[in-house]
Design a protein around this ligand. Sequence first.
Ligand SMILES: Nc1nc2c(ncn2[C@@H]2O[C@H](COP(=O)(O)OP(=O)(O)OP(=O)(O)O)[C@@H](O)[C@H]2O)c(=O)[nH]1
Ligand SMILES: [Mg+2]
Length: 499
Amino acid sequence: MEAFVSRFVDRVTIHVAAGDGGNGCASVHREKFKPLGGPDGGNGGRGGDVRLVVDPGVHTLLDFHYRPNARASNGKPGRGSLRNGAIGEDLELAVPEGTVVLTPDGEVLADLVGAGTTFVAAHGGRGGLGNAALASKARKAPGFALLGEPGDELDLVLELKSVADVGLLGFPSAGKSSLISVLSAARPKIADYPFTTLAPNLGVVTAGETVFTVADVPGLIPGASEGRGLGLDFLRHIERCAVLVHVVDCATLEPGRDPLSDVDALEAELAQYTPALQAEHGGPDLASRPRLVVLNKVDVPEARELADLVRPDLQERGWPVFEVSTASREGLRELGYAMAAEVERYRAQLPPPEPARVVVRPTAVDDGGFTVEPDPQVEDAFVVRGEKPERWVRQTNFDNDEAVGFLADRLAKLGVEEELAKQGAQPGSQVTIGSMTFDWEPSTPAGVAAVMGRRGTDMRLEHNDRTSASDRKAARRARRTSLDEQGGYVEEVDEEDEE
Ligand SMILES: Nc1nc2c(ncn2[C@@H]2O[C@H](COP(=O)(O)OP(=O)(O)OP(=O)(O)O)[C@@H](O)[C@H]2O)c(=O)[nH]1
Ligand SMILES: [Mg+2]
């Protein structure tokens, strides 16, 4: 029998950060006696993702409790001579079967079922294109490159619905922590004063082929269902356990206590408690869950006598009874195997694990669309929203005029300028995209055409625009081919397909 855990964690908030994309490189090919070479700046590498992967060897969220921060590595910047930056390494975090991923607001993002099921918790940022990839017929030697995008960075809540297979029920000092310490390798605090255990402990027990978890929880006292002692905390944990085990102190000298009345008192508490989870998720109620009874401390002669005395009464209720001593370690092997058998029985009647039910976060959709709306806070100002425009702004180095010009071209090609003009934007109107606000200067045929079109018509300009569109398409096709050959390539340079 083995184990590794000494604390019980079923809910944890983690902070995940994907890697940033590397910046593209602006560089010009240099050779002796050939001063004017072409652009040869490579692309930045993509940042690494943070992924959650179901690993059957992991049984708790404990690791996240100790290490709640996870960061994947950044992509490397591109370099001269067409060298692309290395891609950032993905970070995989092993989570137990049944881990539920939520936003801090409680929205369920994924319910991870089945070994190997993967959820991308944070997407790495795209690498920026280097100036070689940005070169085109019209822009033969770009003096700029695109910035890498920051990776996603966010908080997530992980929850484990079924935190333990077996829950130990018992009065304070009955020997629950002692039992878990001898069944598993967990080393909880054990002492002869009540409520030694303040936070539940979890042990992983191996009996034969079966690996299962046992939760040692704070001692239960009458009134717990109304919140006495550590009652409600205790009950919240117990309701997640498939098998309940009464741990009874046969050596207590407290007046009014004996094994039968102890068991009755705890059963009465269970009966009064309405499990929160049951209401939420359905599932078997506490009353119908299998129980075992452990008569503990039989190394004490009086305790063994008492155990022998009450054993038939308990068996009459249909509960298997085990006499053990965590001190002399008597009866433990048999108990371990009996727990394993109950756990196996429970698992066998569970519906087979559903295929991965993963809810993808809605922000990942890139439909190429955008919206333009008047800014509700500022007069004569507009807000542009959309995956592409916002991304393009993030990729732009605003210290470089040429890069800003390139951004303006991209926005015009997507139709953002035209739409702004349609909605009445004037030169000098404030336009906000993502985290940037600009003064609008319609600089392109598309923008002007729209302004003209609104006033009347200008077929000439529309015509010009059509011609240049087919030109651009041809140029784009050529460029794409050359990009594909580079390999490790990051994104399409232009998204003019909307034309
Ligand atoms: N003689 C004897 N004493 C035991 C045995 N098992 C536990 N004890 C003693 O009983 C006392 C309480 O043990 P714990 O394991 O801390 O009991 P607990 O049920 O976890 O108690 P709380 O955490 O307070 O609810 C300690 O002094 C243990 O040494 C046993 O098999 N025989
Ligand atoms: Mg304890």
